[in-house]
Design a protein around this ligand. Sequence first.
Ligand SMILES: Cc1cc2nc3c(=O)[nH]c(=O)nc-3n(C[C@H](O)[C@H](O)[C@H](O)COP(=O)(O)OP(=O)(O)OC[C@H]3O[C@@H](n4cnc5c(N)ncnc54)[C@H](O)[C@@H]3O)c2cc1C
Length: 291
Amino acid sequence: MRGQVPDCAVQVPGSLQEALEILAREPGRWRPLAGGTDLMVPFAAGRLADTRFLSLQRLDVLRAVEPDPEGITFGALVTYTQLRQHPYVQRHLPNLAQSARVTGAVAIQNRGTLGGNLVNGSPAADTPPSLLAYAAQVELTGLGGARWVPVDAFHTGYKQTVMAPDELLTRIRVPRPEPGFHFYRKVGTRAAQAVAKVCLAAYVRVEAGMVREFRVGLGSVAPVPMRARAAEAVILGQSVDRLPLAEARAALMEEISPIDDIRSTARYRRIVAGNVLVQALMELDEALSRC
Ligand SMILES: Cc1cc2nc3c(=O)[nH]c(=O)nc-3n(C[C@H](O)[C@H](O)[C@H](O)COP(=O)(O)OP(=O)(O)OC[C@H]3O[C@@H](n4cnc5c(N)ncnc54)[C@H](O)[C@@H]3O)c2cc1C
């Protein structure tokens, strides 16, 4: 633990309007601070050039969780603990519940937020693959109003997003999936407290023996969390009795662009990502044969 806290300034606005006004006055000068679980690491190490924080802690409007018949809307400050304990999430969005369960340990789950995980933009983050598989959207709000952006279009490059410096990520909307098959797997060095080497979330809806919906979200295999659109296209519309597993695996391995780093190699990530996709589709087959 560090005894000396670097100099910093913190503003703690009491309303969203006030927060947005501060951002608009000096775009890029004030760094939104949610749970602080990402920000406090470089801050404590003296690696944050910008030490002006705009704390979101008093913005209770960003803590709301609002389920409705068509889906659920989360305020950006919803924590992993809230996510994993929420009955709607457990019932309809098991991949998201599982992402929250495998994120950090209890302290991180109590403090870390869904909004922070998205904006931080790590390609290895655990919730984006699930949000991609569920075709979620994020709401970005500035003084001029709010706009909705698909999670798929939110990250533009390594730790880059479409969010403007005078905007906040305010809400995350997840449409309620039709009954279907859900799959989530994080491959890490350990079962707990590990950064993903590969992460894959999938949602599949089968009707009359044919794959009618299929979305795959991936983490740790590209500069951004990504949809496996080529692999999805191979499987979509196919009969579940004759899924072209090898073709889907090859398409996924082709469309990702993993790197070598301290946690793994590009080769390992490519092979494992392909294998995990096959695992998901084989588990789909098993689940259907039990019906
Ligand atoms: C020990 C440890 C273990 C971890 N394990 C995992 C793990 O297993 N999986 C994983 O995915 N992550 C993990 N993390 C990373 C981190 O906990 C998550 O990314 C978390 O969700 C970040 O949320 P936060 O609220 O703490 O974000 P903060 O640290 O407050 O902010 C992160 C970034 O997002 C911006 N930001 C936050 N909220 C908003 C908003 N509403 N609008 C605009 N900008 C915003 C901030 O300015 C900052 O750039 C871990 C971190 C630690 C320290």
